[in-house]
Design a protein around this ligand. Structure first.
Ligand SMILES: Cc1cc2nc3c(=O)[nH]c(=O)nc-3n(C[C@H](O)[C@H](O)[C@H](O)COP(=O)(O)OP(=O)(O)OC[C@H]3O[C@@H](n4cnc5c(N)ncnc54)[C@H](O)[C@@H]3O)c2cc1C
Ligand code: SF4
Length: 447
């Protein structure tokens, strides 16, 4: 069947892409929840947050209606605290380690409380930070994603002038161009970037691409240090026959189009197969369904026990009506007249433990065929290999290599976030940006 376009009404699109985790209905609801917190002495929720937000403190501040103080407590550790309250997989982080789980009771709704405080700060444009007097230093940050902007915010607070070079026309990185709109709206992403840069001392130059309009050499000449927060690139190739057929698309490109062109403009099939089981695969599958696809099937080569997405993410996909086939790997895409019509899959079984302690999938030799008119590839991403190797940065399979201080092999050039870890979560990128800023400040001081 041909790939169809624009099949829902405006109201249906709005409903399908509306906020999946709505905020508290009112202040009383937030206060009731905040007052459930036991304000644990060595709070496991804080320990499990990669940015180390002092959770009991910000919740306590909510109970005393000190919302400014609460927002400050969150932002001092994580300037993307608003975005993270929407997109963090809290079930495996703060909420997953809340002591209430041990009592077999609902954990504290930490993300919702975090959103309560940070939304007020962003809406009312509270100025919660001052910049120190100028230290006379200039730093270039490449990429206005969570890593880059978190780094820029810390540097600017310390009196450094920061110029951010961003190839797209908006900031926020994958928050703006990747993560599903029902988790974080494009409008919120813009407001968050505006709020972060309202500190001053951070100029974002849009439409500026390292490796195209600018080179590392230019930046090294014009700035005292450089931070690379360029993320990872396109989806990994499947390396199977038929991958070039019309209707086989990259998940990142598919989601990027939804975020930039608007829902009705994006083409989606009737019968869609999504390869992979990470957050990108889930976001692609759920959004294909919410765009009006009749059948969406996630195909994953291992079992549910090894899936990279969380249970909550998988539940969202299942509730949206997506099917899952475990222990299956794509073998061939077949088509007619240049368009995809079938996906042939190999049945897998689990074999030996690999170096990561997971059992490797082994081909059983059996195959089965799915009738599809669209295949979305979401089996991992590859880094901006050409850019990285072109500038002689040391890299490992496209991931930029850094030392324990966050420094690359090129003097004064630092890196962090997805570009270094190969693709984790927003909260990890924010912490990487903070670490990078600290390392740059120490480098500038000791130079
Ligand atoms: C589909 C999808 C869903 C996800 N869902 C979640 C989720 O629900 N929760 C969660 O926590 N995480 C999620 N993630 C992961 C999260 O988005 C990333 O871990 C995070 O955004 C990484 O931040 P970063 O700053 O390192 O990179 P990015 O967010 O990728 O930002 C990099 C920035 O650098 C810019 N850039 C790249 N190259 C250049 C260049 N040469 N010159 C100039 N600018 C450049 C890019 O345009 C971009 O703005 C998801 C990712 C994807 C792809
Ligand atoms: S673990 Fe739960 S109860 Fe304890 S401080 Fe954290 S949120 Fe509050």
């Amino acid at each position: 069947m041909a790939i169809a376009n624009n099949r829902l009404t405006t109201e249906q699109y709005q409903q399908n892409f509306s906020d999946i985790h709505p905020p508290f209905v009112n202040k009383s609801a937030a206060l009731v929840e905040a007052n459930r917190c036991l304000f644990c002495y060595d709070a496991p929720c804080t320990k499990s947050c990669p940015t180390g937000i002092n959770v009991p403190k910000f919740i306590k501040q909510i109970t005393t209606d000190n919302i400014k103080g609460s927002a400050h407590t969150i932002f001092i550790s994580n300037i993307f605290g608003g975005g993270c309250s929407r997109v963090c997989p809290v079930e495996k982080l703060c909420e997953g380690s809340c002591v209430y789980n041990l009592l077999e009771e609902e954990p504290i709704a930490i993300a919702k409380l975090q959103r309560y405080a940070t939304d007020k700060a962003i809406e009312d444009k509270w100025k919660l930070f001052d910049r120190k007097p100028s230290n006379g230093k200039k730093v270039a940050v490449i990429g206005a994603g969570p890593a880059g902007l978190s780094c820029a915010h810390v540097l600017s607070r310390e009196g450094t002038e920061v110029t951010v070079f961003e190839k797209e026309s908006k900031g926020g990185g994958l928050m703006t161009y990747g993560i599903a709109a029902y988790k974080v709206t494009p409008q919120f992403c813009e407001e968050e970037v505006e709020y972060i840069t309202s500190l001053g001392g951070i100029e974002i130059k849009y439409g500026q691409e390292l490796g195209k309009n600018i080179s590392l050499m230019d930046l090294q000449r014009d700035f005292d240090a450089v931070y690379l927060g360029i993320g990872v690139g396109v989806a990994r190739q499947l390396d199977i026959p038929g991958e070039d057929l019309e209707g086989v698309v990259d998940a990142i490109r598919f989601i990027y189009d939804i975020r930039t062109k608007g829902y009705p403009a994006v083409t989606v099939g009737d019968k869609v197969a999504v390869i992979g089981m990470g957050m990108t695969a889930i976001d692609a599958a759920t959004q294909a369904k919410r765009l009006g696809a009749k059948e969406v099937t996630l195909v994953y080569r291992r079992t549910e026990a090894e899936k990279p997405c969380t249970n909550v993410e998988l539940d969202i996909a299942k509730l949206d009506g997506c099917e899952v086939i475990w222990l299956a790997a794509p073998k061939e895409v077949k088509g007619e007249n240049g368009k995809v019509t079938q996906l042939v899959c190999s049945r897998m079984q689990l074999g030996e433990l690999d170096t990561n302690g997971r059992r490797s999938p082994v081909n059983t030799g059996e195959t089965f065929t799915l009738e599809v008119d669209m295949v979305i590839k979401a089996a991992g991403q590859v880094a901006f290999e050409t850019l990285v190797s072109g500038e002689l940065l040391q890299n490992n399979k496209g991931k930029i290599l850094i030392d324990t201080n966050g420094a690359t092999n090129i003097k004064g050039v630092y890196a962090g976030g997805d570009a270094v870890n190969g693709g984790k979560e927003v909260v990890d990128a924010v912490q990487a940006g903070k670490d990078g800023a600290k390392a740059i400040l120490s480098y500038l001081e000791n130079r």
